[in-house]
Design a protein. Sequence first.
Length: 158
Amino acid sequence: MGAHESGQIGEELIGVPNNLMPYIAQVADGRREYLNIFGNDYDTSDGTGARDYIHVVDLAFAHTIALNRNKLDRFEVLNIGAGKSTTVLELVSKFEEISCVPIKSKYLPRREGDLAVFWADSSKAFEMMGWKTERNIKNMCEDTLRWHKLNPIGYGIK
């Protein structure tokens, strides 16, 4: 999730976003009235689902490092993630703090098959490639907000 820190590269979706961060950003900039939150009765600190959110730049670096590692078996499986989970409301709260914009939300029933909490164990990626995340939820929110402020109509391609 997130965008490049320069604000020049970001995620501009056509239609309803499937990813949480662009959905939050579209609520913040008024393109959407509210954020749908699926479930508020999970066994988490605030009742919302918790996921392992990774900054898109960290993910890109993981792929680049993997492509440049001759020692990796070409079918090696490595988990790439931050190694911790963040609830939907924690992410929304951080975005509100960074943007100073309240994010309206509406609770909907849980989606079938959704787990309460999950995260990736990226220790093998660190052992084999020396890769680990360098960015956090705050960076994701800051970079997404910067992208949306600098590109209010996205790339202008519809």
